[in-house]
Design a protein. Structure first.
Lengths: 218, 139
């Protein structure tokens, strides 16, 4: 099983590097010759110089059904063609695509291609940050699901309380507590301590209520 | 009087502009889109339709051109991948009944056809014409 990364530059480089560090085999396809040359020196891996949206180029990476193809080009139309080519012609089962224009997500999803829109992730994090400084937020799986991380301080009303005594709003739940790098999956009798990081899943609509209950601040 | 259809021509190049003029003259409604304003200068005098200045890979531009109401989309940009995406969005999201795309690279034709797009490929079409010219070789 290998991971084939098509297109992108900075992102492709860091992603390929990270993936390789984790022990996976990676193949990189890129249109930019200089980028290809630099990359093949830095990562000892197969680097193919060419347009990954052309079958004869993609072919050189020898995509197999068990491989993963990741398309990171700055053009959604190229990402779409590469994804479909990989899936239909090479029968690759897992394809992940960058989607630059959030409005194009629809067409990718119509084809059942997994996509990530960094534009939406950044915009989401930026807007959530403006609402509450003390929370950190993860990227949304759906528009309506919020996954937030709240670091607990001494002054918060939930300190020393058992989870079952905390009046969490409907549609919210403390999914996990991170305490000193230990992950706790809490139960009703778990006590919240200062220094804990609470990972809460909730409906986006009750997010501010959750914050109010946990931190006492609005 | 025969029915008047609604066409959206994406890409006002040599072919797009010529086709737009032709359809306009026949009495049909035509909207031409291009991301380069100067491209519209290619439109012949008989063109009486509308122009939309925008990038076809952005949904907003397609909505502005009212692609959802089109009877046929002609994806005639200089880029095969762009033509592919425009064609797919027209077919799958806007439900346009027929989509024709200009495909430069013969190798790409298969992918287009597999996904329900009608193809015009200059290389192939010219090749057919050449075969006609070469017919004398068989005599």
């Amino acid at each position: 099983m290998k991971i084939i990364v098509v297109g992108g530059e900075t992102l492709a480089y860091h992603f390929a590097k990270m993936v390789q560090t984790k022990g996976y085999k990676v193949v990189v396809i890129n249109k930019n010759l200089e980028f290809c040359q630099q990359l093949s020196k830095k990562l000892r891996t197969l680097v193919i110089h060419g347009d990954g949206s052309k079958r004869y180029v993609l072919e050189q990476a020898e995509p197999l059904p068990e491989d993963i193809v990741v398309t990171l080009t700055p053009k959604d139309q190229d990402n779409l063609v590469i994804s479909l080519l990989a899936r239909e012609s090479f029968k690759v089962r897992k394809v992940v695509s960058l989607v630059n224009d959030p409005n194009n997500r629809e067409i990718f999803e119509a084809f059942g291609i997994n996509c990530i829109s960094p534009t939406e992730v950044v915009a989401d994090m930026a807007t959530r940050y403006t609402f509450a400084e003390q929370i950190k937020s993860y990227f949304p799986i759906s528009q309506n699901l919020s996954i937030i991380e709240i670091p607990i301080e001494e002054k918060h009303p939930v300190v020393s309380k058992q989870l079952k005594d905390i009046p969490m709003p409907h549609d919210s739940i403390v999914g996990s507590i991170v305490r000193n790098d230990e992950i706790i999956i809490p139960r009703g009798d778990t006590v919240v301590k200062a220094g804990d990081r609470l990972i809460i899943l909730c409906n986006t609509g009750v997010q501010s209520e959750v914050l109010k209950v946990i931190t006492g601040e609005v | 009087m025969p029915k008047s259809y609604y066409f959206v021509v994406v890409g006002c190049g040599r072919l797009g502009s010529k086709v737009a003029g032709y359809l306009s003259e026949k009495g049909h409604s035509v909207v031409v889109m291009d991301k380069n304003e100067n491209a519209f200068e290619r439109l012949p005098p008989e063109f009486t339709g509308f122009t939309v200045y925008g990038d076809a890979t952005e949904m907003e531009s397609l909505k502005e051109a009212k692609v959802n109401m089109a009877d046929m989309i002609l994806a005639f940009t200089a880029n095969d991948n762009t033509n592919f995406m425009v064609a797919q969005i027209a077919l799958r999201i806007f439900g346009v009944p027929r989509v024709v795309a200009y495909v430069h690279e013969p190798e790409n034709i298969e992918l287009f056809r597999e996904f329900g797009i009608e193809v015009v490929c200059p290389t192939l079409l010219t090749f057919e014409t050449m075969k006609g010219i070469f017919r004398f070789l068989e005599e």
